[in-house]
Design a protein around this ligand. Structure first.
Ligand code: AP5
Length: 190
């Protein structure tokens, strides 16, 4: 039987990777296995080899044609992975020239997801998480800009559902309620 392809999205700092790790730990004890894949890491490996960037946060400022080419290469490589796959990526990427679709037609055609999950939380919680994360070079923006990005992601997710027939699930990852978010995600993955 073909594996399930699930895409996880959310604005930077919403905590999608944290929720994914918790959800997978829950499922493992039940024998449900998913291979977690970070879309950005696939893009970054190629971009670094080509000398385009030194860290993953620089990819958002690359030339649009380079970002599209890297997206396509990542999608083709991920589509070949067998079994249940969980793809950690972005519904849209905020670039200096505007929002770039994270899952344009040439990416969706390769992956054909069963479900796209949007991880969300309050804008001020995201702002605080970005400010306290010293491991990354997070974009500096206020709560209004974060709200716009979360709203844009809902709109573009609707277009992805129209293109593929996949379902869209919204999961809230609120402060101190990580376990609830992970339980919700595990329910979608079962
Ligand atoms: P990527 O690595 O996916 O960037 P990111 O969005 O910054 O992802 P992170 O995993 O770092 O963020 P997260 O929100 O999941 O946060 P975390 O779990 O760490 O992608 C890198 C780059 O690749 C992109 O910028 C883009 O250029 C490119 N890219 C990727 N996909 C692309 C695509 N499809 N097309 C084009 N380009 C693409 O959590 C953050 C913090 O919150 C942590 O400190 C954590 O402890 C805390 N936290 C989490 N949950 C909670 C909670 N419930 N309560 C309190 N704190 C919490």
């Amino acid at each position: 039987m073909a594996g399930k392809k699930v895409i996880i999205t959310g604005v930077p700092g919403v905590g999608k990777t944290t929720v994914v790790n918790e959800a997978l730990a829950k499922l493992k004890s039940e024998g449900v296995e998913y291979q977690p894949i970070n879309f950005g890491s696939f893009m970054f490996e190629v971009a670094k080899t080509e000398g385009l960037v030194q860290d993953r946060d620089q990819m958002r400022s690359l030339d649009r044609a380079d970002q599209k080419r890297l997206q396509q290469r990542a999608a083709q490589a991920i589509a070949r992975i067998p079994g249940n796959v969980l793809i950690d990526t972005h519904a849209s990427v905020k670039t200096p020239k505007g929002y770039l679709a994270g899952l344009p037609e040439w990416v969706l055609r390769e992956i054909m997801p069963d479900v796209i999950i949007l991880v969300e939380t309050d804008n001020d919680q995201i702002l605080m998480r970005r400010m306290t994360d010293e491991t990354r070079t997070r974009d500096k923006e206020g709560t209004r800009a974060i709200a716009e990005h979360q709203q844009f992601n809902r709109s573009i997710a609707a277009a992805y559902a129209m293109m593929t027939g996949c379902t869209i699930r919204i999961i809230t990852n609120a402060d101190h309620l990580l376990d609830l978010a992970a339980t919700d995600m595990a329910d979608v993955l079962r």
